[in-house]
Design a protein around this ligand. Structure first.
Ligand code: FPP
Length: 266
């Protein structure tokens, strides 16, 4: 026990405990996969009498900050809901702006992501995304493919119902073509047909801005995920808020429908 404490605690010359909040969080159970619904950009901008897109731009800077912190904490996967299949309903100019953001983000921060061993991935339907955005994302994916640090997984033109429908259609086709036998269909096999194939399910979901709903995000994958909702608007979301969400997660008791181990023996 003493050895363990020594491993992550820091002390100054006088022997005072100088362990930071981040170090304490890192020493406890870190969620391996964190998914975030980044909400509140529009309200952040409105409060400042700025156009909505200014909120999205500020939100992009938060993406960079939270990615760096997640990587430092040893989180394995960070999935960010950047654009939903429903977001096409927004005004054309806002959609165009949102579609330019991945490009701006990657042209600014790709060197840093590479240096920090981050692996960029994307889930969502690529076809409808403008070519310039696709190119920027493909470049980042291929240039970081060999990295084995944090997986930064952008959900872009992503909708969970769309994902599940595509999976079902592909399964039906594979059964029809004799590639799969219908008796082989298990939860694990179904997962292979989802856009998160190869990734574990999220341990923690965070939604900012006070909205308490899933908005068609990872409906299958969030079955046993811990949810943390915060009133903070995404552009204001900082290290302290992120650590608070993880501390909240660390207080939860995950039972996956079973009992706590001490209850098993009662
Ligand atoms: C929801 O806020 C946010 C979005 C639809 C877009 C999220 C995008 C970013 C945070 C930037 C993405 C950056 C990269 C690198 C891809 P909202 O506009 O619905 O806010 P509101 O509810 O206050 O109006």
């Amino acid at each position: 026990m003493h050895m363990n404490l020594k491993r992550w605690k820091s002390f100054d010359k006088e022997g005072r405990d100088t362990t930071t909040r981040g170090e304490k969080v890192k020493a406890a159970a870190i969620p391996e996969h964190v998914a975030i619904i980044m909400d509140g950009n529009g309200r952040w901008a409105k409060k400042r009498h700025l156009p909505r897109v200014a909120g999205h731009h500020e939100g992009m800077k938060t993406v960079r900050k939270i990615t760096r912190i997640a990587n430092r904490l040893g989180i394995k996967v960070l999935t960010l809901y950047a654009f939903s299949t429903e977001n096409w309903k927004r005004p054309k100019l806002e959609v165009e702006y949102l579609m330019k953001l991945p490009e701006e983000f990657l042209s600014t921060y790709l060197p840093e992501l590479k240096a920090e061993n981050v692996k960029v991935q994307m889930m969502g339907c690529k076809e409808k995304i403008p070519l310039h955005t696709q190119r920027a994302i493909n470049k980042a994916i291929s240039e970081t493919a060999q990295n084995d640090g944090l997986i930064l997984n952008f959900a872009l033109n992503y909708g969970s119902r769309d994902e599940i429908m595509r999976a079902v259609r592909n399964i039906l086709m594979d059964v029809k073509n004799g590639i799969m036998n219908e008796n082989e269909l298990t939860e694990e096999v179904f997962h292979q047909y989802l856009m998160t194939h190869g990734l574990q399910d999220p341990d923690l979901l965070i939604r900012t801005s006070g909205e308490i709903r899933l908005s068609n995000f990872m409906l299958w994958q969030l079955a046993y995920t811990e949810f943390v909702f915060t009133d903070v608007l995404w552009p204001d979301f900082n290290e302290e808020h992120f650590l608070s969400a993880i501390e909240e997660y660390q207080k939860r008791s995950r039972r996956y429908g079973g009992l706590k181990s001490e209850e098993q023996s009662e």
